[in-house]
Write a protein of this length. Structure first.
Length: 168
């Protein structure tokens, strides 16, 4: 017979992330991004007026490198009115060198804006659940949709929403 002790429940509660996540329609907080190539990151206010798709990723994530980054470029190519921004989020004690992040973008021939979220502050503030995580922001700076992952189900959900907004 399986039983759950009070200790197990308390440990599970400690491990759960109880941070409130932005909900669809919520105004998003300002982001804190760093340049990767000397280009000053835009502010959230500066990108308002159009839809923006953020991809939070990390070089240590095989789903990000193998599926997420190429998908981000395909989305930008399919929907030129959508602004796609890559955000490399650092986790733990290891931070990938800037040259490695830029080298991967060059290897994949990415033509996208790219910034760094050191300390994953924007990742946390935007309610990302892991990497890759996609955040679609509406023209007023509000959360329109949020998608976790790069597998077929996540791709289908994003495709449906983007076709709804921008057509085929």
């Amino acid at each position: 017979m399986f039983s759950i002790s009070r200790y197990s429940i308390q440990n599970a509660e400690k491990m759960m992330d109880l941070t409130p996540r932005p909900q669809e329609g919520d105004q998003l907080p300002a982001w804190t991004l760093r340049s990767l190539n000397g280009k000053k990151p835009p502010s959230l206010e500066e990108v308002q007026g159009s839809y923006v798709l953020l991809l939070f990723y990390n070089l240590g994530c095989t789903g990000c490198v193998g599926r997420g980054l190429p998908l981000a470029q395909r989305i930008q190519d399919l929907y030129p009115d959508l602004r796609v921004i890559l955000i490399h989020s650092d986790f733990g004690q290891y931070a990938y060198p800037e040259k490695d992040i830029l080298a991967e973008a060059q290897r994949q021939q990415l033509q996208l804006e790219q910034y760094r979220d050191q300390g994953h502050m924007t990742y946390d503030a935007y309610g990302a659940e892991g990497t890759p995580h996609w955040v679609l922001i509406d023209p007023q700076g509000r959360l329109y949709r949020s998608f976790f992952g790069s597998m077929q189900q996540a791709q289908l959900r994003m495709d449906y929403v983007l076709r709804e907004l921008f057509g085929d």
